[in-house]
Design a protein around this ligand. Structure first.
Ligand code: C2O
Ligand code: CU
Length: 614
């Protein structure tokens, strides 16, 4: 069983146990001893199962269980008492108020643990633990009172004391506010770290103008939908250049009131060109512009998108592909970039206004560059040909082998390059096993039959694909950061909410990760929640060291969008070789809005901007 499934199971048995304890107590009070006995046995089984699930989770990593252990061990004492009372009831039919109280107390304790896991998650602070104990105590004493008994003074005093200590601890801020906004006001301004003004020797200057505006687009289906576009297109115009070129892009904002920037997703541009509003620049407001320049020094498939209120902006259409081709690119062949996006509840492959169908002569070398521009993963299947997955997130894989009947799950923000030679029959690219839509490549004169049902095709494990080469990033890490991803109550941009949290905090309260140029930095990313978090660090690509403790056995895997599924623990590393202040966030952009954003800052670099809307 995966840790993600264990997390779900643990939650389920906690709910069942809570219900059964409370139900047993209530039925005892109602005098329905037979029912009570059944519920009591259910509660005992659920509690034992809970102990097993917590132990199993703990072996996957301590991050998954601290609140369960801290609250659970003392509360287990309550459950034992209840079990004892329940057993007496079973044997002798002794079912007075005392029995009911024990059973109800176990129910309160179990409910409290559940609430803490759901509302606070990780980490379990002393304040939360103490206040929880106090609240359980209050519930027990009140119940006793309601049942017509006197509550001992000492018990009241004890519960009050626990609550007070907890409240005092909760009121003490965990860290000083100066650290919390993460803006160091010393050092060179990130806005100074601009890109070069000239191409590499032999390269060309490639100029583009992207104008963001609101409007409507016509879909291939004929429907018209409201959209935000670059140059009236959805997606925006592809930026395709050759290695060594200087990319020179003028961004204009016609009427996007929430502002616009251009972020070069996966492309490690100089920091001032990164398009992170509130960090590397101010968002461009209507009537204004910004000029981005960087050298296209690395080949591969990337994309660009607005980063101002990005969840809304990208969803509405402010994105496009960025492809850097090698200088020695062999002529001929079909090189197709396919930014995949959900528009009007349907997945579109590339241009929203064109049917996803192409005529391709048999024998043609084909490269499909898939870009997931949505906020959740897509599962791609390619039917009708064998192919190789030749690049991931812009980096070529080493020794990729032919694939057939395989599911390729692509992280939000991630890219896969697929290569094959066009066969004499039609080829279908599907998303999420939906045979009704998708891209079709059809030889002239041939027809495109209904694609096969791909739902059962097994998923490719990227960490086992391709052949290994010597680990390019070895040695001892200079910095080691752990990010525990969860949900919980936290302040998000100054407002309390049910946030997407990192180590229990949300933007902008998550402390900066501070590094020095040249450091080897290691990140441990732990997903305690029940949703996938596509983790994305700006300005760097990261090498996967392990997933759930297992070292990849295939090609070295460099990613910029790391899909951390529920219960997973990823270790990745990178060399701090691009000074700046960089966003480090979840690329489920709704999660970013809900707080899952922090910054990686180089010593000696500061941002003159004061946060803003990611
Ligand atoms: Cu593609 Cu900060 O994101
Ligand atoms: Cu997320």
């Amino acid at each position: 069983m995966s840790t993600g499934q264990l997390l779900a199971l643990d939650l389920l048995v906690a709910v069942v146990g809570t219900g059964a304890w409370l139900g047993a107590g209530a039925t005892v009070l109602a005098g329905r001893t037979r029912v009570a006995a059944g519920l009591f046995l259910t509660a005992v089984v659920a509690t034992l199962a809970r102990i097993a699930s917590v132990v199993a989770l703990a072996t996957a990593g301590w991050w998954f269980v601290p609140e369960k252990v801290l609250l659970g061990v003392p509360l287990l004492g309550v459950a034992l008492l209840a079990a004892w009372a329940g057993l007496r009831m079973l044997r002798r039919g002794a079912s007075g108020a005392g029995t009911a109280l024990s059973l109800l107390s176990a129910g309160y304790a179990s409910a409290a643990g559940l609430v803490v896991t759901v509302l606070f998650g990780y980490p379990a602070t002393a304040a939360v633990v103490l206040v929880t104990f106090a609240l359980v105590g209050v519930a027990v004493l009140v119940t006793w009172r309601v049942l017509g008994h006197r509550v001992p003074r000492l018990a009241t005093a004890g519960v009050t004391a626990l609550g007070l200590v907890g409240a005092v601890l909760a009121a003490v801020p965990a860290s000083s506010p100066a650290d919390m906004t993460g803006m160091d006001h010393h050092g060179v301004s990130v806005a100074m770290l601009r890109g070069p003004a000239t191409p590499a020797p032999g390269g060309a200057v490639r100029r583009f103008t992207l104008t963001a505006r609101t409007g409507e687009v016509r879909l291939a289906s004929g429907r018209r939908v409201a959209a935000w576009t670059f140059n009236g297109q959805l997606p925006g115009p592809p930026i395709t250049v050759t290695q060594g070129d200087l990319v020179d892009v003028r961004l204009r904002n016609a009427d996007i009131t929430v502002g616009v920037t251009l972020h070069w997703h996966g492309y490690d541009v100089p920091a001032a060109e990164d398009g992170a509003p509130g960090v590397t620049q101010r968002a461009v407001s209507p009537g204004h512009g910004f000029r981005y320049r960087f050298r296209a020094d690395r080949v591969g498939t990337y994309w660009y998108h607005t980063h101002s209120m990005s969840a809304q902006g990208v969803r509405m259409g402010l994105y496009g592909a960025l492809v850097v081709k090698p200088r020695s690119s062999a002529a001929g062949g079909l090189d197709l970039t396919v930014p995949v996006h959900t528009v009007d509840d349907a997945v579109v492959f590339g241009r929203a206004d064109r049917p996803d169908r192409r005529r391709v002569a048999p024998g043609t070398p084909v490269r499909l560059r898939l870009v997931n521009t949505d906020s959740t993963p897509h599962r791609f299947t390619l039917a009708g040909t064998a192919y190789r997955l030749v690049a991931v997130d812009g980096t070529d894989l080493h020794g990729p082998t032919p694939l057939t009947r395989t599911g390729l799950v692509l992280a939000a923000g991630g890219r896969y390059d697929l290569a094959f030679r066009m066969p004499s029959r039609a080829v279908a690219l599907l998303a999420d096993d939906d045979g009704a839509t998708g891209l079709r490549l059809v030889p002239p004169g041939a027809s495109a039959p209904k694609p096969p049902d791909t739902a059962g095709w097994p998923e490719l494990d990227l960490t086992r694909y391709g052949t290994p080469t010597r680990a390019p990033l070895g040695g001892h890490a200079d910095r080691d950061f752990t990010l525990v991803l969860d949900r919980g109550l936290a302040m998000v941009d100054g407002r309390p909410g049910y946030a997407q949290t990192v180590n229990g905090l949300a933007h902008p309260s998550i402390p900066d990760q501070v590094v020095r140029e040249g450091d080897l930095v290691r990140l441990t990313i732990v997903n305690r929640s029940r949703e996938t978090h596509p983790w994305h660090l700006h300005g760097h690509r990261v090498l996967v060291l392990s997933r759930d403790g297992r070292t990849p056995t295939g090609s070295p895997l460099w990613l910029d969008s790391v899909d951390v599924r529920p219960g997973e623990v990823w270790r990745v590393a990178f060399r701090a070789d691009n000074p700046g202040v960089w966003m480090n966030h979840c690329h489920n952009l709704d999660h970013a809005t809900a707080g899952m954003v922090l910054h990686l800052r180089y010593e000696g670099v500061m941002s003159p901007y004061h946060g803003g809307h990611e």
